[in-house]
Design a protein around this ligand. Structure first.
Ligand code: R1P
Length: 289
């Protein structure tokens, strides 16, 4: 039995941070960073059967073209992903009354609709990237004992050697996306590549305002990393954590990225709203097929 201090429930029986009960969540879950993106996704739903918000975790559940979907905001960063994926899994796979894992486990489909910066000049602003892999520079996933079982260890070694990675920043980890779900979400409208997940927006992604960074050449090394034809396409702050925890817990996960910045060319989209809207429409259509 999992103790009350470890699996925390609110007085209404909902789980601590995301504030949801099991019946309020669909088996296909869309994750977005920004809470304001949740109503923009659910605006396309046929109906919204349930909505709630606690802190940065805003949730709408409904149907899109008859398919039941939940969209939930995670806020920013891998630490928040640790909360959201563990709590979503607990709702699906732990009996909250007996506080025991269920015998029959449910595999969720988890899709991120995120924004991101491109690392390649030929992947322009306003395009979409599907993350074939999440490359975590954030360390969160190393807290889990079985993480080596799902990581791409040879690719990690190649990345560490290529970048001359400073071990003070921990060990980068690489996880592949859910292959079954990818088949539904990848089309010729979408670039595919390795997505780097950083534990911060400025220094960890090589942005210098007033503080110099530990490795000023890092983004060039990310740009030129290539492992058996897999290149790094973009940087953001959640994908590796989503992929790692989903894989360990038995869920399918895929990240779709709306490219709003291009780091090599130094450009930023003229219309963030439109590219995010286009990605929402694309992702929903593919999920409903
Ligand atoms: C940083 O501005 C945030 O935007 C990106 C990053 O991953 C980070 O969360 O994604 P979202 O727009 O989905 O939050």
């Amino acid at each position: 039995m999992i103790k009350e201090s470890e699996l925390i429930l609110n007085p209404d029986g909902s789980i601590y941070h995301i504030n949801l009960r099991p019946e309020q969540v669909a088996d296909t879950v869309i994750l977005v960073g920004d809470p304001n993106r949740v109503p923009r996704v659910s605006a396309y739903f046929d109906n919204i059967e349930f909505s709630t918000q606690k802190r940065e975790f805003c949730t709408h559940t409904g149907t899109y073209k008859g398919k039941r979907l939940t969209v939930i905001s995670t806020g920013i960063g891998p630490d928040n992903i640790d909360i959201v994926i563990n709590e979503l899994d607990a709702l699906a796979n732990i009996d909250l009354h007996t506080r025991q894992p269920k015998e029959q486990l449910t595999s969720l489909n988890i899709v991120r609709f995120g924004t991101s910066g491109s690392l390649q000049a030929d992947i322009p602003v306003d395009s979409f990237v599907l993350s074939s892999h999440g490359l975590g520079m954030d360390n969160m996933f190393h807290s889990y004992k079985d993480s080596p079982k799902v990581r791409e260890l040879a690719m990690e070694e190649a990345f560490i050697a290529h970048t001359g990675w400073n071990p003070l920043k921990g060990r980068p980890y690489i996880i592949a996306c859910g292959q079954e779900l990818k088949k539904r979400l990848l089309t010729d409208k979408v670039f595919e590549g390795i997505t780097g997940t950083a534990p911060g927006f400025y220094g960890p992604q090589g942005r210098v305002l007033r503080l110099p960074v530990q490795d000023p050449g890092l983004n060039d090394k990310l740009h030129s990393f290539n492992y058996n034809g897999h290149r790094m396409t973009n940087l953001e702050m959640e994908t590796s954590a989503i992929y790692g925890l989903s894989k360990l817990l038995g869920h399918q996960a895929v990240s779709l990225n709306a490219i709003i910045a291009n780091r090599p060319t130094g450009t930023f989209t003229k219309d963030t709203k439109k590219v995010v809207e286009d990605l929402i429409v694309y992702g929903l259509e593919q999920l409903a097929k």
